[in-house]
Design a protein around this ligand. Sequence first.
Ligand code: GDG
Length: 490
Amino acid sequence: MTATKRRHDLVIAANRLPVDRITAPDGSVSWGRSPGGLVTAMDSVMRERGGAWVGWDGEAGSATRLFTHESMYLRPVALSAAEVEEYYEGFSNDTLWPIYHDVIVQPSFHRDWWRTYVSVNQRFADAVAEVAAEGATVWVQDYQLQLVPRMVREQRPDLRIGWFNHIPFPAVELFAQIPWRRAILEGLLGADFLGFQRQADAQNFVRACRRLLQVTTRKDTVTMLGRDGSSHTTRASAIPISIDYRGLETLAKSPAVVDRAAELRHQLGDPRILMLGVDRLDYTKGIRHRLKAYEELLQDKAIQPPDVTLVQVATPSRERVDAYRELRQQVETTVGRINGEYAPIGSPAVHYQHHSYPQEEMAALYLAADVMLVTPLRDGMNLVAKEYVTCRHDLGGALVLSEFTGAYHELHQAFVCNPHDIEGLKQTILKAINTPAHDKARIMKALRRRVADHDVDRWATRFLDALAVAPNRPEASIRAHQRHTMARRA
Ligand code: GDG
């Protein structure tokens, strides 16, 4: 439905709109809500405040017009095919992504990509400035939009601006490789509050500002002086993201999902131990390390199919970026070799799935899996770990979790591993298999309690509260905040 132009008290800006385009055979277009925690988290607060969402609709060259979907106001930002290539696949996913994930693969630096990143960020900022009411709250998401906070502030000093980083923020020694490092930090310092997954990420950001800019830092704040003598202070702190615990737990308890979990185990040959990996096919996720440990366990005869089997869901991702194409080839070669060497006919050692599944099927897989392997080399949070424990309402199962994930800082009772240490990883997998059921149940209970108490609603509320009380308080935003507090009480 097309919406008339109006101004909004809350504006979310994210690379993607929270909807997916559905094109019918007759060519007509409709929209379906995209799955995912961010959309769910924003749902109630967007409804409460009549919020607007600024983002790309996922297709190159689409027309820009405002529309509403399930009472959310959506403001599409158009991107040409060249912009998708340079701003999104290039600068975001082939420059920033590897740098922010500890240079697991070599980043590419291209001045053209950077120029497009700047102009696309400006387009997002202009759209935010256009739809935000006086004193509104603006919440910018992720590494694709790091210049937006400053660009918005330059046009609209009355707004309160927050930004959340879904991925890690690297150590200054790595961040400093970026030729445009100062512009990125200054872009972020346009915000009042910056949220990170871990305290270490927030500290890395403050340290980078101290080392690379002329600013004053004090604990978790950075103050920048303007040329006109004005100053602006930004606070940087950890607000770890989470999932819709109650929604997913309800789904996992539904008879359809419980039955499907049993059926899946049967289809897989009723293994004694079913292991599971669920990841976007990304080099940060440690899929190759996981497969190496698994292959060596088979080689050592510590495990054997059909007694043990592994399902690896590797959702297609960024397939036009070289590093991702190479990873896919390596993973598929390894899976082929493992099955060729170690699997009897009819009982694969690895069931490799290179496609995505509906959420019900994911919940059934989680519920069916005895050991969940979450082994990233670096990961901002890793929601899969939280989803797995949420689905295990029966207190069965064991989570093997890399210490290089944000999730580890909340779920440290899990079977913790260093994925670089293949010998250690093998031992941790065996420990997860062999620990007595009552000990595993005790661990699972503690993990579930943590996620239940720190769900995605709590994340969104904590972020917006931190933003509301961040150091700079323009008069207009104080008035807007008071309006909401009074409306909520009424
Ligand atoms: C970034 C950060 C951070 C996967 N395959 C299917 C499917 N999924 C869902 C999972 C999970 C999500 O995708 C993946 O989230 P992760 O957190 O594991 O990883 P990234 O995509 O890298 O996300 C990460 C996150 O942002 C949030 O801040 O945690 O560190 O890198 O929800 O379930 N869902 C369905 N079918 C699939 O086949 N339905």
